[in-house]
Design a protein around this ligand. Structure first.
Ligand code: ADP
Length: 451
């Protein structure tokens, strides 16, 4: 076979010059192109034992895993490489494909765009189409909306910034299990004032200001913010504060203003700021002045100094509210701070129902699993299902017959997973006891008391 000849020639060449990294990469890629993933994996692994930090080799290894259906192996490798700013385009594009496959459409879009920005020739037309991302070649001059994953998105001023996209969420409060108190607060504090602005004004009630959601990670803060937008058919803008800081450090301070302006043009719009603790005054890895400037600009935008914030619903989330500069908590800014606890039993049952949708299941007793997963976050429950599915796949490979997931499978998987929220409460308890600014964290103590 021609392929065999090529491989033999490459191996012979490598015998002569074993230090030739491009040749090793070429051999690996040729094996991949011939569908010989297992051999490619061996080559890449061997080379990595020598050039352990080489990103191209790691991408090759991930491709080899992917070709053999070892998706989670590929994901682990790619997660590491793609977390770095100089990730190779090919790795980013492959990672985007895997993310899309695992249902993380939004992250897939962001990752794919990073890949394109790193190297436009890495474009993958089929994937771009699935993601609803237009490539440079097909970009029209107009600023039409992109349609992504059934959600409408718009770009800020022609830039493909990941933080500038406006979604139209399809979920509403009914899709959020439990959290009745938090939902009610959101209605009172930000939904009604927007819907009945004149009435509020006639009673002399100030409009504006946002809500800061805090609590252990994976417990639905983002989910709830997205549902808030869906509830009132508003746009939704999800902004990672770390992205904003990167913009800052990249000297493009106008971008933060552009984000707010974009939201103002699309009002009503929920602006959701994640990881706001990144703006904490105590952050040492930010150059003091740049960090301070970023904070000031952010506060000025929140205050609506240059433009009115009418029609904007401002939500933010943090796992560590105690690190946040008190300037954020002044009236008109994040003057309401709400605790988002881990899901209770009925919310856990609801989350399980949502997460199991479309999977082969056999009469699952959601309530029983919910009862046995006290302290589990939404993200932990997702891990339970992943582990149970992996077990089923292993069994199916052995027996040759796929079987549906059962309650017992889920219970077994849950028994092996430690709920991640405990750790958060361990540190939250200390802040609530010893740094409870004006009772801000009373809800954490109340929650802990009930247990
Ligand atoms: P956070 O923003 O608090 O870190 P997320 O909102 O990203 O957490 O939650 C992680 C996942 O768990 C979400 O994708 C969501 O599907 C699920 N989830 C968490 N809480 C709930 C809930 N109360 N109802 C439905 N799904 C939830």
């Amino acid at each position: 076979m021609a392929g065999d000849d090529a491989i033999a020639a490459l191996r012979a060449a490598l015998q002569v010059s074993p230090d030739n990294l491009p040749l090793v990469l070429h051999l690996g890629d040729t094996l991949l192109s011939l569908g010989r993933g297992e051999e490619a994996e061996r080559e890449f692994r061997q080379a990595l034992s020598r050039w352990s930090e080489n990103a191209q080799l790691k991408v090759g290894l991930a491709c080899a895993f992917d070709q053999q259906g070892k998706t989670s192996h590929a994901q682990v490798v790619l997660e590491e490489i793609c977390g770095k700013p100089d990730a190779p385009a090919r790795g980013l594009v492959l990672y985007a494909r895997l993310l899309l496959r695992s249902g993380e459409a939004e992250k897939a879009v962001r990752t794919y765009k990073r890949g394109l920005a790193a190297d436009p020739t890495a474009a993958d037309e089929t994937l771009a189409e699935q993601l609803g991302v237009r490539t440079a070649a097909s970009l029209p001059d107009s600023e039409d909306d992109d349609i992504v994953d059934g959600r409408e998105r718009q770009r800020i001023g022609g830039e493909m910034g990941p933080a500038g996209e406006i979604e139209r969420p399809k979920i509403a409060f009914a899709d959020v299990g439990g959290m009745e108190t938090v939902k009610e607060e959101i209605r009172l504090k930000i939904i009604y004032p927007i819907q009945h602005a004149d009435l509020y004004r006639s009673y002399g009630k100030a409009i504006g200001g946002g809500i800061l959601l805090y609590g252990p990670p994976g417990c639905g803060k983002t989910h709830l913010a997205r549902a808030t937008a869906g509830e009132i058919k508003a746009g939704f803008m999800n902004i990672g504060i770390n992205d904003v800081l990167d913009m800052w450090i990249g000297q493009s301070e106008k971008n933060l203003h552009a984000l707010f302006d974009q939201a103002r043009r699309s009002q009503p719009c929920v602006m959701f700021f994640d990881e706001v603790d990144a703006l904490a005054a105590s952050r040492t890895d930010l150059k003091q002045s740049a960090g301070r400037q970023a904070i000031n600009q952010f506060l000025a935008e929140l205050d609506g100094v240059q433009a009115s914030n009418d029609g904007l619903l401002i939500l933010a989330a943090t796992n560590a509210p105690w690190h946040l500069d008190s300037a954020f908590r002044r009236p008109g800014r994040f003057d309401r701070i709400l605790f988002v606890p881990p899901p209770d039993a009925s919310a856990r049952a609801e989350i399980l129902r949502v997460l199991l949708k479309g999977k082969p299941v056999d009469n699952i007793d959601h309530d029983q699993v919910a009862k046995k997963t006290d302290g589990f976050s939404g993200a932990d429950l997702k891990a339970v299902i992943d582990v149970a599915v992996e077990g089923k796949l292993k069994q199916a490979m052995k027996e040759g017959i796929p079987r549906p997931l059962t309650t017992k499978d889920l219970l077994t998987a849950a028994a092996g997973i430690k709920p991640s929220t405990r750790e958060w409460f361990a540190s939250a308890r200390n802040y609530a006891l010893y740094a409870n600014q004006g009772g801000a964290y009373d809800d954490v103590l109340k929650y802990l008391d009930k247990r």
